[in-house]
Design a binder for this molecule. Structure first.
Ligand code: 7TS
Length: 434
């Protein structure tokens, strides 16, 4: 595929490339796989079956070529150069911000702060907003299903400020107990922070309803969208939350890309997180004035090529249509739950069994076999799944599990991938004599 670079917009052709992958509103993962060069790899003589997209997604040619074009044609620092390639890089970087804003329906592209990943976006809020707004005895409400990225920053904050953390419990099926949430809201928390989609159980949380409850109790809401933005339509205005954090590298974008969306008045009132160049307007020896948002939060030279690549990834997904992406992954979840349950003797599956409540994440265990052994034997057949606690140790503790194996999907995942997993798991059971 040839990419025609238009630096002013990043590579402009992603939307056109992807429209042919959608027939009558349905996504054709087989056609789309041609866009992902890594899926042509063989591992141990088998085609790669990549079932670890919750860790990071693979990247289409159009994203890889966009980043490569940036380095080949207009690599320069941004917001500085009076020369042509500096102006091109700046225009493409800011155009990428507008694309990402549009993708999550942010009302103003200046409400998007580029970060390295969701972790950095959440830390930006905990260090900047948190240090100014959380004090002694203030409460932050989280859930039992959080990724460590949406737990540890808040632990550090409340330890420093002598505040409190409370946790919305889950049912054994991995559904949040909203009845308990309502009770916790009587504590008048300053912030409620929770994941949109669980990276371990796949649970899709009722964000809008939770935001309404939290706002009625006077709390702000941060949503960790790392597992949602790549997989379902996200509209931050409709969700009504205050902060929304996500990773670019899980949504077909480059490693090292991610973003925070926050309401503008919040960003404006927040002190800087990191300090140095870019984030200032005027510097004197003993004091400085800071730049406008979002640049106030983008200290130092940003990952320009990665941000431009992220903008193109957003266009690519937009071309597929996020409703079609969600429908595709919902079908895969239904197929996986049914097929694994039927074909793999004794398999234990965790999380909600209703595909309507679940993103493309399937955690499981084979009785008597450690998930690390499961993953290692699957790798012999070219099948990549993650094994361990998936950065959700408290959730595993709650479910009384030492570890799980996890298959997770993206736009290029197919029912054939799931069939290969089923065959692989039966082989694992034979290897271990179960
Ligand atoms: N929040 C959720 C819900 C996540 O799933 C992850 C990463 C993060 C935050 C952190 O994202 P990062 O880009 O800052 O690293 N989740 C996973 C996973 O499930 N397997 O590897 C990384």
């Amino acid at each position: 595929m040839t990419v025609t670079t238009n630096p002013a917009e990043g590579t402009a052709s992603a939307g056109a490339i992807t429209t042919r992958r959608v027939a009558a509103g349905a996504l054709d993962p087989h056609a789309l796989r041609a866009d992902f060069p890594i899926l042509r790899r063989e591992i141990n003589g088998h085609p790669l079956v990549f079932l670890d997209s919750a860790s990071t997604s693979q990247k289409p040619d159009v994203v890889i070529d966009t980043v490569s074009d940036y380095y080949r044609a207009y690599n320069a620092n941004v917001h500085r150069g009076i020369y042509t390639i500096g102006e091109e890089a700046t225009a493409a970087y800011e155009a990428a911000r507008a694309k990402v804003a549009r993708f999550v329906n942010a009302p103003d592209s200046h409400e998007i702060v580029f970060t390295r990943n969701a972790t950095e976006a959440i830390n930006l809020v905990s260090y900047s907003w948190g240090r100014r707004n959380i004090g002694r005895s203030d409460t932050i409400v989280l859930t039992e299903m959080e990724h460590h990225a949406n737990l540890v920053p808040w632990q550090i904050l409340v330890q420093e400020k002598d505040g409190d953390l409370e946790f919305i419990p889950i049912t054994d099926d991995g559904i949040l107990r909203l009845d308990v949430f309502e009770v916790l809201l009587r504590l008048k928390p300053k912030l409620v922070a929770f994941t949109h989609v669980s990276n371990t159980l796949g649970t899709i949380n009722p964000v809008r309803e939770m935001v309404e409850l939290a706002h009625a109790a006077g709390a702000l809401v941060l949503v960790d969208g790392a597992q949602a933005v790549p997989h379902l339509p996200v509209d931050v205005q409709e969700l009504g939350c205050d902060f929304y954090a996500f990773s670019g590298h899980k949504m077909l974008g480059p490693m090292g890309s991610g973003a925070l969306w926050a309401r503008r008045e919040l960003l404006e009132a927040m002190p800087p997180f990191l300090a140095g160049g870019e984030m200032i307007r005027e510097v004197h020896l003993r004091r400085s004035d800071f730049n406008d948002v979002p640049w106030k939060f983008e200290a130092g030279t940003p990952a320009v090529g990665d941000a431009i690549g992220l903008g193109v990834a957003a266009d690519y997904l937009d071309g597929l249509g996020m409703a079609a992406v969600r429908q595709h992954e919902r079908e895969l979840v239904a197929y996986a739950l049914e097929t694994l349950g039927r074909e793999v003797p004794g398999i234990e599956l965790y999380g909600p069994m209703d595909p309507d409540l679940r993103g493309g994440v399937i955690p499981f265990n084979l009785p008597g076999i450690h998930p690390h052994d499961v993953a290692q034997v699957l790798d012999r057949s070219g099948i990549a799944v993650r094994a361990g606690h998936h950065c959700t140790m408290p959730l595993h503790e709650r479910l009384d599990l030492a570890a799980t194996a996890r298959a997770s999907f993206s736009v290029y995942s197919t029912t054939e991938d799931i069939d290969a997993l089923v065959i692989g798991l039966v082989e694992v059971q034979q290897v271990f004599g179960e």
